[in-house]
Each structure stands twice: as structure tokens, then as C-alpha cells.
Design a binder for this molecule. Structure first.
Ligand SMILES: *Cc1c(COP(=O)(O)O)cnc(C)c1O
Length: 432
């Protein structure tokens, strides 16, 4: 029996783990605007980034190559859970009463339960090649911190994480997960850094933000010659690593359909959506399909639908390069909603660029509507989605109820089994 024969008889489709990452930017007529040096405001040079990032990642950040071979050690680790399943969500279709065919690309099968591991493993690898001993990073709900802690354990690198206080206090389990993998976790803002102390002096009761946590992690990496910094989203090299999601999904979907009509993903920093959507946009550019791409973001942090498209810092202290992106401003502190991974003031320059080109559209979702869709999905399909992912599900559900016979693909960026207190709050009617 061939793979496609087998696939036709089951709802879960698998293909090979990709051998190359895909870089959409190389195939666009207009390039992504370059990152600028925070001091000189000139395009940032590789040597400017060297204190913070591994050389292999700096090269990827400015790459104009469409394909990058995935190093074998990285591909081997990815093969522990990849290819991730593309699931036809028939019971969810029935629950919605739609004739649309809904496919879900499920990243919750990774060790830490989200797509973040795809880039964490690659980043740890390139740092190990450069002899780096320690990686510092920020995390919101803890998905990225746990992914990097896992990846650090694979390559013998220490991982130190600053977690947004709102999530550190309300979601202790991912902290336990990070420590289980050997990582160290601090609530942010902390007394451990100059940036953290300054933020606490200004507002001692702050719930923190990803922008603050980035400042702390960058400061520590910049001062330690054996340490580098890792970012879980936003940057071009992260988007590149996440392309495995879409490369698999395009192939998996081709076994059943003539392509997607609409692809939905949640967007915090933009990496899981870009990872899923950019290979579909490759198909569009080459005239093989014509999908719409929808970025679902929270009403509480609407960088695409309400933000400005301009240069801004990635962090609160202004230590990072200036990025051309949709931003709510580096000082923006969103309400402490449960989708911690969507509480970032900016958006990936690569995804922002495709929004400007009219290839991607944004939609803002209320937290209660997101959880309602998440609960409906859990009751019909069994998988409890991450609070972040429920935004994509809600956007797709709204669409499916109003359309017929279309092929929809939803990026299910992670599972929510460590976010059940948030579901409990929703179910008891206590959600703000
Ligand atoms: C981090 C995270 C997100 C948001 O980050 P993106 O870079 O926008 O993908 C979404 N879903 C989950 C499960 C996450 O952990």
C-alpha cells in the first residue's frame, strides 16, 4: 500500500520530515525592510548581532536564499515528533453544522506541547556549534522557555529564563517543566538585572510583559561572553525554522484536496502562523493554489488590526534592533489575558510585510469567544487547544458557519493541558 492509499483510509496524514527550511522572503518582489541598529539607525550588520546570536542564526536572519538545508542533528531531533499530524476535524465540522472541510495542523505533539520546539532545537544547535555555554531568554505562558530548556538539554547548554510575572504566578506548571529539563526560571521584572530593577522602581506591582522580559534576558546575555540570547518568535530565523509546519501541511493536504481556501493561525509574534502560511503562499506565488491567510489575534493585544506599521524596538528598554513591524508601541502592557503567547506589542517583520503586501489579513478575537470555540473543539475532537490556538479556532469557526464547501486549515499551535486553570475560569463564568 502506498502512503497516499494508506492516508485515504485514515483521518491523520503523515509525510516525510522536510529536509530544507523555506524562506518566503527570497521569493517576494519587495524585500522585508532590514532591522536597524538602535544607536545609528543604519541597517544592522552581522557583527552588531554577534554578542547576542549564534553566527548561523545571524546568517539566516538576512538570508535571500529560498531553501536552507536542515542540519542532520536538528532533523534527527525534530523526527522525535515530526511530521506532526494534519487531522480532518470531522466532528468539529458537525458541531459547527458546516459543509466546509476543516483540517487541523497539530503542533501539540511536540515534547513541550507546542510549535516552539521547532525553532528551539535549531537555535540550540547553532549555539552549540559556536561553543556557547548558556542561553538566556524570555517566556510568556512558558511554552518557549520550556521548549528552549528541552533543546538546551539536547545540546548540553544551560538555559536561563525570564518569565512574565502574570504567567509565572498563574501558570506554575511550565516553570516545573523548565526546571525538569534543567532550565532556571525567574519572574520578570526581576531584581537580577538593571532593566528589571528600573521597571520595578517605576511600577512595583507590574504584571510584566514580554517586552520587559526580553530586556532582562538580552542584558544578561550581552554581559557574558559565553552566553547568547534566544528569541522564541518575531525574527526571520525563527519564522524560517517554523516553515516545517507549512511544508508538511501543504503536502499532507495535497493528498486529500486541491489546496486550501483559507488558512487560519493565531498571531502573537507571528511565528507559528508564518511557519504554517508561508509555504501556502509559496503555492500561491507559483500559481498552484490561491489561499487566503487569516491572522487571529486577541482584542487585548491587536498589533495587526490596531497597531501602526513602523520601526519599533522589540523590548521595553530599547536594547534590541529596531524592527519594521505592526506594533502597539514598546511600552504597551496588555491586560493579563490567558493567551500569554499573544501578549506581545509587536509582530514578526516578515509577517507584517506580507500583511502590507495584502497576502495576510488580521482579525481580532475576544477572549470569551476564543475559549467558547476552544471548548467546542475539545468536546468534539478531544484535543484541548492552547488558549493562544483557540483564537485561530474561533476565527475559523466564525468563517465556517457562514461559508459552504470550502477547505479550511487551522494552525493548532499547541495543546492546553497545562492551561486548564484558564479553562476552569472560563467554565465558571469568571473570565474578564
Ligand atoms: C508562543 C505561542 C504562540 C504565539 O507565538 P507565535 O510566534 O505568534 O506563534 C501561539 N501558540 C502557542 C501554543 C504558543 O506557545
Amino acid at each position: 500500500m502506498t502512503l497516499s492509499d494508506a492516508a485515504a483510509h485514515q483521518d491523520i496524514t503523515t509525510v516525510e520530515v522536510p529536509t530544507h527550511w523555506y524562506n518566503l522572503a527570497a521569493e517576494l518582489d519587495t524585500p522585508i525592510p532590514p532591522h536597524l541598529h538602535p544607536g545609528t539607525k543604519e541597517p544592522v550588520q552581522p557583527e552588531d548581532l554577534a554578542p547576542l546570536f549564534a553566527s548561523g542564526l545571524i546568517a539566516q536572519e538576512a538570508s535571500t536564499e529560498a531553501y536552507h538545508e536542515i542540519p542532520e542533528p536538528v532533523r534527527e531531533i525534530l523526527s522525535m515528533w515530526r511530521p506532526s499530524p494534519l487531522i480532518r476535524a470531522r466532528r468539529f465540522e458537525d458541531a459547527l453544522g458546516t459543509t466546509c472541510r476543516i483540517y487541523v495542523k497539530y503542533e501539540g505533539v511536540s515534547p513541550v506541547g507546542s510549535h516552539k520546539t521547532n525553532s528551539a532545537v535549531a537555535q540550540a544547535y547553532y549555539n552549540a556549534v559556536d561553543g556557547v555555554k548558556k542561553l538566556t531568554t524570555e517566556t510568556g505562558a512558558g511554552q518557549w522557555g520550556s521548549a528552549l530548556s528541552f533543546a538546551g538539554a539536547q545540546f548540553g547548554i544551560d538555559v536561563e529564563v525570564w518569565q512574565v510575572r502574570a504567567s509565572y504566578d498563574s501558570k506554575p506548571y511550565r516553570g516545573h517543566l523548565m526546571r525538569t529539563y534543567g532550565g532556571t526560571v525567574h519572574p520578570s521584572p526581576s531584581e537580577l538585572t538593571e532593566a528589571g530593577r528600573a521597571m520595578l522602581a517605576k511600577d512595583p506591582g507590574t504584571t510584566g510583559s514580554l517586552g520587559m522580559a526580553v530586556s532582562e534576558a538580552v542584558e544578561v546575555a550581552a554581559q557574558d561572553p559565553e552566553a547568547r540570547y534566544a528569541l522564541g518568535s518575531v525574527l526571520n530565523h525563527v519564522v524560517l525554522h517554523q516553515s516545517v509546519i507549512g511544508l508538511e501541511a501543504v503536502e499532507q493536504l495535497n493528498l486529500h484536496e486541491k489546496g486550501a481556501d483559507v488558512v487560519f493561525g493565531c498571531a502573537g509574534g507571528g511565528s507559528n502562523l508564518a511557519g504554517l502560511a508561508f509555504p501556502f503562499l509559496r503555492e500561491k506565488i507559483h500559481g498552484r493554489q490561491d489561499p487566503r491567510i487569516v491572522a487571529a489575534e486577541p482584542v487585548a493585544c491587536p498589533s495587526i488590526t490596531k497597531g501602526e506599521y513602523r520601526y519599533d524596538h522589540g523590548d521595553v528598554a530599547g536594547l534590541t534592533p529596531l524592527l519594521k513591524m505592526h506594533t502597539l508601541g514598546m511600552d504597551f502592557v496588555p491586560d493579563p489575558i490567558h493567551a500569554g503567547g499573544l501578549r506581545y506589542h509587536g509582530m514578526s517583520p516578515a509577517l507584517s510585510h506580507t500583511v502590507e503586501l495584502g497576502l495576510v489579513e488580521g482579525v481580532a478575537i475576544e477572549q470569551n469567544d476564543a475559549f467558547a470555540a476552544g471548548v467546542l473543539f475539545a468536546r468534539s475532537q478531544g484535543i484541548v487547544p492552547a488558549p493562544e490556538s483557540t483564537h485561530a479556532i474561533a476565527a475559523a469557526a466564525d468563517y465556517a458557519r457562514e461559508h459552504a464547501d470550502e477547505v479550511l486549515v487551522i494552525g493548532l499551535s499547541g495543546h492546553g493541558q497545562l492551561d486548564l486553570p484558564a479553562y476552569a475560569e472560563y467554565l465558571s463564568g469568571n473570565l474578564a
